[in-house]
Design a protein around this ligand. Sequence first.
Ligand code: ADP
Ligand code: ADP
Ligand code: ZN
Length: 216
Amino acid sequence: MRVAFLGPPGAGKGTQARELAREWGVPHLATGDMLREAVTAMTPLGLAAKVYMDQGALVPDDVIVGLMRERLDALDASKGFIVDGFPRTIAQAEALGRVLADSGRALDAVIFFDVSEAELLRRLTGRRVCRQCQATYHVSSAPPAKTDVCDRCGGALYQRDDDSEATVRKRLEVYARQTAPLLDYYRGQRLLVSVRGEGPIDGIREAVREAARGAW
Ligand code: ADP
Ligand code: ADP
Ligand code: ZN
């Protein structure tokens, strides 16, 4: 199973990808998670990326493509993968196509999470993330059993700097301008499957399973 999860910030891509990657036995390759790890480790990549991330802008394509090429060519991705938050521009999508073609692979499906803008704002400003395992919670719609403690690993939860309302608005604009064109791009390749991203998390998971089964 080689799938990409596409959708605006806050659409629930990470929430679904974490569970389904485990279920399908494939790695969950989330560019946002990788970049945040690089920021925490203060690597040169992390320091360069942080400037863009703090502004809600996209990190340059060549940086992201280099990072993902390495990850997609690693052994664990040979049996399949979920890419989450990548590609985010047409240039990234074209590069992804070339990286996969170089090893005789191609995407099976691109699953689009359809969520209204009002709901995205509500979700992003209430999002909490585990410092240790990156699991995602929401203060009101998906709270942990114990306030600010991760159910899975006991790690401390925090609010991402870029989940402030001002930066969220900027990220939604960036999405509309730079990422939304991918819908037509993948529709043209007959890879796009749309899933309603609102409602109970379990119900959405089943819809994604079904979309993936249909593509396989
Ligand atoms: P993305 O990876 O697309 O940016 P996340 O998976 O991080 O999105 O989810 C964004 C926020 O919305 C998180 O706080 C998460 O707990 C919450 N969330 C995810 N799915 C749902 C859902 N179906 N209903 C309500 N809240 C959700
Ligand atoms: P979201 O909740 O918006 O899905 P992510 O965790 O995927 O957030 O991304 C956080 C930030 O990391 C983005 O705002 C952007 O600065 C950077 N980023 C993540 N993925 C990419 C990508 N594929 N291309 C460029 N920048 C990226
Ligand atoms: Zn955790």
